[in-house]
Design a protein around this ligand. Structure first.
Ligand code: 13P
Length: 254
């Protein structure tokens, strides 16, 4: 069974409510341009309902995701959002361990691991992000860093859980910089990740896991990435804020 391609838009802390609604409606209207690709929109948490309503109103199968969550189902955690709340609002996915969460908010592999298990327990598909910094790449440490992140973030998952996870390889030096990894650089790490997943479960399970590339993906570089055997989609930041660009990337994976 070929892996269903998955292209997700990480809107980060951008847009306002009206723009979020318009963007969701525009993506839903043109979803047919990349019919076979699973599409996911991850707006800021506060706009999840707005985007969910826009997608539902358009009777669209474009899916809804969040950018982060707490690992507990409820309790005294001021300012946090619980996994069941995301499900309640129609989310099917949640981005976890994004490099901005790791570097700016101190999320460790252990924390990402706890959240990944909590997301799966709640019925969410975790999109677990990994990736090296420029300094780490230049020091020849890419494989070591990604290995530690993948094995740490996905430790203790059953094969059945692991195959539901989406892994996003996002080299930190490519995020928001316009400096995309070459298809060969990305493929090399994607193959490494798939090997690690096989080690955590089995080659059969690893063959079913979708691995997205993220970091300055644009319509004009997506096709070359999409041709790589272990690149199963994209996690898109800046370009996901324009329906044209987001659909253009999705089409490259169709
Ligand atoms: P850019 O596409 O803006 O480089 O962001 C990538 C990213 O961080 C997606 O999660």
């Amino acid at each position: 069974m070929p892996r269903t391609k998955i292209v997700a838009g990480n809107w980060k802390m951008n847009l306002d409510r009206a723009k979020a609604k318009d963007l969701a409606a525009a993506v839903a209207a043109r979803r047919g341009e990349a019919a076979k690709v699973e599409l996911v929109l991850c707006p800021p948490a506060l706009y999840v309902e707005t985007v969910g309503s826009a997608l539902a109103g358009a009777k669209s199968d474009v899916r809804l995701g969040a950018q982060n969550m707490h690992d507990k189902a409820s309790g005294a955690f001021t300012g946090e959002v619980a996994p069941p709340m995301l499900v309640d609002m129609g989310c099917g996915y949640v981005i976890l361990g994004h490099s901005e969460r790791r570097t700016l908010f101190g999320e460790t592999d252990a924390a990402v691991n706890t959240k990944t298990k909590a997301a799966l327990a709640a019925g969410l598909v975790p999109i677990v992000c990994v990736g090296e910094t420029l300094e780490e790449r230049e020091a020849g440490r890419t494989a070591a860093v990604v290995t530690a992140q993948v094995t740490g973030s996905l430790a203790g998952l059953s094969p059945g859980e692991l195959e539901k996870v989406v892994v996003a390889y996002e080299p930190v030096w490519a995020i928001g910089t316009g400096k995309v990894a070459t298809p060969e650089q990305a493929q090399e790490v994607h193959a490494l990740v798939r090997g690690l997943l096989a080690g955590l479960s089995s080659p059969e399970v690893a063959a079913r896991v979708r691995i997205q590339y993220g970091g300055s993906v644009k319509p004009d570089n997506a096709a070359d990435l999409a041709r790589q055997p272990d690149i199963d989609g994209a996690l898109v930041g800046g370009a996901s804020l324009k329906a044209d660009d987001f659909l253009g990337i999705a089409k490259a994976f169709a």
